[in-house]
Design a protein around this ligand. Structure first.
Ligand code: HEM
Length: 196
């Protein structure tokens, strides 16, 4: 015959048996802790409200223009708008979206506002000269490396204009002109060759 009291005490026995099994065996105890931790993580991840970090406002596209080495300098990300420009192979790129690389404190901050060509070609994360660098002493492999780097920059960043040689007049870009007028080849209009 079904006895309620017996059944209750039986289930109580099973429960206390399980509890003593858990407590007495360190392995079981560890497994229970692990399961509890995993359940906690799952519940937490489901209930957590994702934190919202507003995206950095994007700057308006720079009007096409050429830069002297001196003019380029101020675009190292320290200005109020935080814009960063980098020259590679005679062309200037707006690398602001790669600010974490080239902006203040970034691993390649030395390239911000500078001509990075020589550094990129010689695996040096620094720019040694404050003057215009004609790269004429780089060998053909190094120049090839400069061009490959430039292709990457061209792929990822906006081209702004040319890096001017000393005494070179800036190009007068009209509003209608498209980017191809600045850089027609991978090397670009500002490309420097050994013959330059
Ligand atoms: C131990 C040496 C180095 C390590 C571990 C390293 C690591 C990296 C990594 C992981 C990235 C890709 C970052 C990303 O796309 O999220 C990167 C990008 C880059 N690295 Fe390096 N790097 C090293 C040395 C150098 C050197 C010597 C140079 C130049 C002289 C250099 C120039 C660059 C440049 C220009 C980028 C591209 C950033 C962009 O997308 O604009 N790196 N590096």
């Amino acid at each position: 015959m079904f006895n309620m009291a017996e059944s209750a005490s039986e289930s109580g026995n099973i429960f206390s048996h399980i509890m003593s099994e858990i407590i007495e065996s360190p392995l079981n105890l560890a497994l229970v802790c692990l399961i509890a931790f995993l359940i906690y993580k799952i519940v937490k991840s489901r209930t957590e409200v994702p934190s919202f970090t507003p995206p950095e406002p994007t700057l308006p596209k720079l009007k096409k223009r050429d830069f002297t080495v001196e003019e380029l300098k101020k675009y190292d990300g320290t200005q109020e708008d935080g814009r960063v420009l980098v020259a590679v192979n005679g062309n200037v790129y707006d690398v602001t979206k790669g600010k974490r690389f080239y902006g203040p404190g970034g691993p390649y901050a030395a390239f911000g506002g500078k001509d990075a060509s020589r550094g990129l070609a010689t695996f040096s994360v620094s720019v040694k000269t404050e003057e215009y660098d004609d790269l004429s002493d780089l060998n053909s492999m190094e120049m090839e490396s400069v061009r490959e780097w430039e292709a990457q920059f061209k792929d990822k960043y906006d081209l702004v204009g040319k890096l001017l040689k000393p005494g070179e007049e800036p190009t007068n870009y009209s509003d209608e002109e498209d980017e191809s007028s600045v850089a027609t080849t991978v090397g670009g209009a500002g490309e420097r060759t050994k013959e330059d």
